[in-house]
Design a protein around this ligand. Sequence first.
Ligand code: VTB
Ligand code: MG
Ligand code: MG
Length: 326
Amino acid sequence: MKHTLTQQFYRVTEAAAVAGFKWLGRGDKNHADGAAVAAMRQQLNAMPIDGTIVIGEGEIDDAPMLYIGEKVGQSSGERIDIAVDPIEGTRMTALGQSNALSVMAVAEAGTLLHAPDMYMEKLIVGPAAKGTINLHLSLEENLKLISQALQKSLSDLTVSILDKPRHTPVIAALYKLGVRVFTFPDGDVSASLLTCFPDQPIDVMYGIGGAPEGVISAAAIRALGGDMHARLLTREQVKGTSAEHQQASREEVRRCQAMGLTIGQVLRLDDLAKSDNVLFSATGITDGDLLKGVEASESSITTHSLVIDGQRQTQQWIKTVNRLAL
Ligand code: VTB
Ligand code: MG
Ligand code: MG
């Protein structure tokens, strides 16, 4: 991707974060999401790209979306795949909680996993444990292999996991194994990336979250030299067999078949993000472990973004102060 182009992408998550921030603490996640989606779409459509949304957010919680397959940009420029989550943490935004982000990943056409918006089991580690993970093995076996690679005892290993009822038995098993467990209410993109920053205490991210969040994380993990394995799961497998979940699962199975995907099959980093030519952009909405949130004063709006470029092997931490016309 052209450098001039990559330098424009953070503007997209910046605009979405500011739009979502306007709904901070209003208890209304759909309006927050809608505002961020509209801002993201507007920014993308102004760019000299021929972009396709390969995976987006929306259907899991019926949120407004940049839909899967949607074409964005001026269709004149480079052909690219885009994975988006205009607000990664609509609940956190609506409730004024920490760690809400606007996130996006971009790559050459045909290199990001094209999948429905459904659930995904994820196992992620940083560069020092690359090559050790294997979702065909049990979590316990994986953690032992990871601790060996990191030359740590299991009691010194820190695993982060979404604090959801579906993970209650896993969390109990992790305590029993003796690893340290960090739970977080929402936002597994941020938790996934933290495994790749040496100054952060998290060694492993495990758990079931969203597939769009998984693909976006995979792009960043690839660029940062970490590793990831994943599996697509149906709503029924994750949330139980109510009539509504069964219905949703049938639709997921149908859509996976149409996209040539097998539910439950182990996907490796290469299957999720095929090329090193990937770009990840995130802007904080609320203060979090990765980035500070939007700061608004009477005369300015300040944003904090992280752009990770896999091809150039760079991380840019960008603070933008937008002065408001008074
Ligand atoms: C997952 C996770 C996200 O929402 O999508 C989760 O990947 C939804 O899980 O980071 P539930 O449907 O069980 O609530 C997030 O935490 C935030 O979008
Ligand atoms: Mg979202
Ligand atoms: Mg999300």
